[in-house]
Structure formats: C-alpha cells, structure tokens
Design a protein around this ligand. Sequence first.
Ligand SMILES: Cc1cc2nc3c(=O)[nH]c(=O)nc-3n(C[C@H](O)[C@H](O)[C@H](O)COP(=O)(O)OP(=O)(O)OC[C@H]3O[C@@H](n4cnc5c(N)ncnc54)[C@H](O)[C@@H]3O)c2cc1C
Ligand code: FES
Ligand code: FES
Length: 471
Amino acid sequence: MALQFLRRGKLVRVEHFAPDTMLLDYLRLTERSRGTKEGCNEGDCGACTVVLGEVRQGRMHYRAVNACILFLGQIHGKELITVEDLAVGGKLHPVQQAMVDLHASQCGFCTPGFVMSLFALGHAKQAVSREDVTTALAGNLCRCTGYRPIIDAGLKACASLRDKFHEDEQKAVAALAGLSAMDLLVADGADFFAAPASASALAAMAARHPQARIVSGATDVGLWVTKLLRPQRQIIYTGRAADFAQLHDTPSALFIDGGATYEDAAAALGALAPDLGAVMQRLGSTQVRNSGTIGGNIANGSPIGDMPPMLIALDARLELRQGSETRHMPLEQFFIDYGKQDRKPGELVWRLEVPKLRANQHFKAFKVTKRFDEDISALLGAFRFDIEGGIITAARIAFGGMAATPKRALKTEAALTGKSLEAALDVVLDDYAPISDMRASAAYRSETAQALLKKALLELAGEKNTRVIAA
Ligand SMILES: Cc1cc2nc3c(=O)[nH]c(=O)nc-3n(C[C@H](O)[C@H](O)[C@H](O)COP(=O)(O)OP(=O)(O)OC[C@H]3O[C@@H](n4cnc5c(N)ncnc54)[C@H](O)[C@@H]3O)c2cc1C
Ligand code: FES
Ligand code: FES
C-alpha cells in the first residue's frame, strides 16, 4: 500500500516514508520544492502554509494548513498545492500579481505563506471583506512589509478569483475519486502510518494497536516531533474517516464526532452559543483551525485548552470508544489530574453531546491572552446561568488556566444560586489556587477570573460599559 496524493494534475505514490515525516520536510528535502519556507516550525508563523484540496459533495474544497506540523501521511487522498504551482506559463497567479502590484512583499520570506493563505480564501469565498482577509491571515507573520499592503492585495485578488484550479476542478475530483474508499497502511517492520477510511475501521485499528499514537490534526503531536524531537513510530490518523468528522444536529443537542475540526464545527457551535463561536474565532489561526480537532483538544488534557471549560459549562457529555465498546461520562469527569485523563490505551474520544441552551439559560465565555489572535489562553472563563425573573436558579462555571485541569467553580456556583444578578456581583470566586507561569501570575489570574465573573453578570444584567478588558 502506498501513500497517494494529487500533485500538479498527477497522482503521486510514495511507497516508503518514516511515519513521522513532516510534510514540510518532504517538500523541501525530498521533492526539493523550496518555495514553501520554514520559519518557526511550530505552527505559529505561517511561512510553511500550503493548501490541501479535498472532494466534498463533488466539489474541490481548499484549505490552508501549516506544512511544518502536518505529517506527510495526512495528505493521502488529497490534492497538495504549493506556491510553485500557481503561476501558469510564466504569468503570475492573480494573488501573486496583486502582491506585486500593491508592494506587499519586501524580503519575501513570508510571502509564499501569505500567497497560499489568500489563495485558499479566494477559493472559499467570492466576495471577501476586510475581516475575511485579516482572519485568513492571522496565522501569517510578516516582520518587514507591514500588513496594510498585504491586506489590500488580498482584497483585490480575492474579490472574484478565477484561476486554472477552477477550470481543472472536475479533473481533480475525478482523479481523487478512485482513492476515497481505501484504508491506508504504510508499514516498515514495526513502524507504520495508518489512516483508516471509516470510523469503524479506525476504532478497530486503535483497539488492535493501543500503543500507537492517535493523530487527528497534529497541531499538538506535530510539535512533539519538531520541537521536542520525540519520534512517532506508529501513527493512527483519524482524519481519513469521513464518518468520524460529522455533526448531528437535534432539537435538544448538537453531537460532534471526535474527528471534526474546529472549522467543521465552528458555525454550529457559534449558533448554539455566540460566545463559544467568538472564542473559537480566536483559537489558533485559520491554518490551526483547519487541521486541529475538538477531539484532540479534549484528549490532550491540557489545563489551558480553550474548548473544555466552555463545553463543561454547557454540560457536555463525552462518548469514548474502544473497539466496539463505548462509554459515556460528563465531560468534566474526563479530566482527572494534570496530564491524567480517564482514557484507556486504544480508546478514542469518539463523540461529544452538547446540550442546547433553553430559553432561560444564558452562556458567556471570555478568553484572556496577551495577543488577540493565535495565542494560548492565560485563562478562560465560561459561564452558564439559568435565570428566572432576574434570579439565578442554577449556575455552571468552568475555568481553564486556573487549576491543573479545566475545572468547575462548585462553591461559587452554589453561592450564586438563588441570588439576583445584582446581589450576585458581591459573590467572591474562591474555588481556585492558580499558579504563576510565563503566561500570567497567580495574582493576575485570581483577579481576572473574578473580573470575568463580574463581566458575565453585568453583561447579562444589560450593563454595557463594564470596563473589564477581557479581549
Ligand atoms: C500555533 C498554534 C496555536 C494554538 N492555539 C490554540 C488555542 O488558541 N487554544 C487551544 O486550546 N489550543 C491551541 N493550540 C493547540 C491545538 O491546536 C489544540 O489542542 C488542538 O485541538 C489539538 O487537536 P489536534 O486534532 O491537532 O490534536 P493532535 O495533535 O492530533 O492530538 C493531540 C492529542 O490528542 C490525542 N488525540 C487526538 N485525537 C484523539 C481522539 N479522537 N481520541 C483519542 N485521542 C486523540 C493525540 O494522541 C494527542 O495525545 C494551538 C496549537 C498551535 C500549533
Ligand atoms: S514554519 Fe512557522 S508555521 Fe510552519
Ligand atoms: S516580507 Fe519580509 S517577513 Fe514579510
């Protein structure tokens, strides 16, 4: 069995590769396509941005990803587009031409990454706003040109982009169609990269190889290879199983499969609770949200992951699956201690059930970081209040960054229950004993957490000028 992907109109087969080969290394060292740059090698700068094309409902769907933290095996069954592929017969692609015309490049090191992010945006949307462009570029750093000309180039080029990829779309769909049903297993002795093509094959594979590393978006695991230099010899990739990346909307709850990316789930979660959507908009960058999954954010057990506190405040339930066995638990019970989760080897974070808010339930969430975009939370507060006639009848509060796990504020919840919104302002949040680290001091965390509670209550009470800066 060989890795196969579409490149420049042809299917490429790679028979042998180390399971932890990163796509960027393959491009630069094996294929010798050096237009794609290596900057940070940890998903932060966007210099390595490439575009992956996938068939969805008979059309090509293009998304920008960071090649530095993407395993080569993850591109099986997809089209790979790099900056070298855009110009035709010496004529620059409209995005490249706009970058030239608007003086949007100086040293040029970041430019291929910007071009690829804008290429993906232009293919995703026909009429783009300034906000669309800045969102698409939040994961691309430029240290010499300045962003105004780059944004202007994006606005110009993406206004109504047409290129050869539009013309060749059905050829790409046809070329990839033959690969869609196949499981991938590339093995060398005990080493392997596996990408099962269905959810059931994935569950069986993970149960058979409980020692293997589960990889979803690789936005965490990729860095273990590039930064911690920890080899990954046996990888089971979840992202090939299309039926493991679905959303199921019911009147009472939204069900999200473990393999759904942030991008897949953002609109539905934003519709469920606007603050949830607003925080997700600031999670990583477009490239990170295109690859990273909510399942991975839960499974990694990080005390500063953005999704768990919000999902806990919403009373989400988790389904885990090992082989054909499933079990369910309230999400908060999954996080036992720092680095310790209630997950057995070979067990997958399978599905989440997120209850919808009832008419009297209100949800607020605030992420506190040093930078607005693409920054890990110093702390994140999430609040769900049931309110009847101005009285809080139930409260669920969860914080990230305040303890060794994402954790509820049970004492504070009890103290708030039965109080009017006004009286609730006097309640002191004292459930946590946070630590000081490079993101924030313990004192800052405690003071800010209290302020976030107050902000949530004031916003609910209709107070507009809260004077609490939490953005
Ligand atoms: C530049 C950058 C910015 C980031 N910004 C943020 C941010 O703002 N907020 C935030 O919370 N995180 C952030 N992250 C971290 C990361 O993107 C998230 O934690 C992401 O959700 C991880 O998901 P993934 O699919 O990439 O996981 P992976 O890297 O594929 O896996 C992470 C862990 O989960 C396990 N795993 C993955 N899927 C499953 C599954 N279905 N079942 C069982 N185990 C599984 C893996 O074995 C591994 O232990 C950032 C990362 C980068 C590189
Ligand atoms: S090299 Fe910086 S994001 Fe990949
Ligand atoms: S042009 Fe030099 S880093 Fe952007």
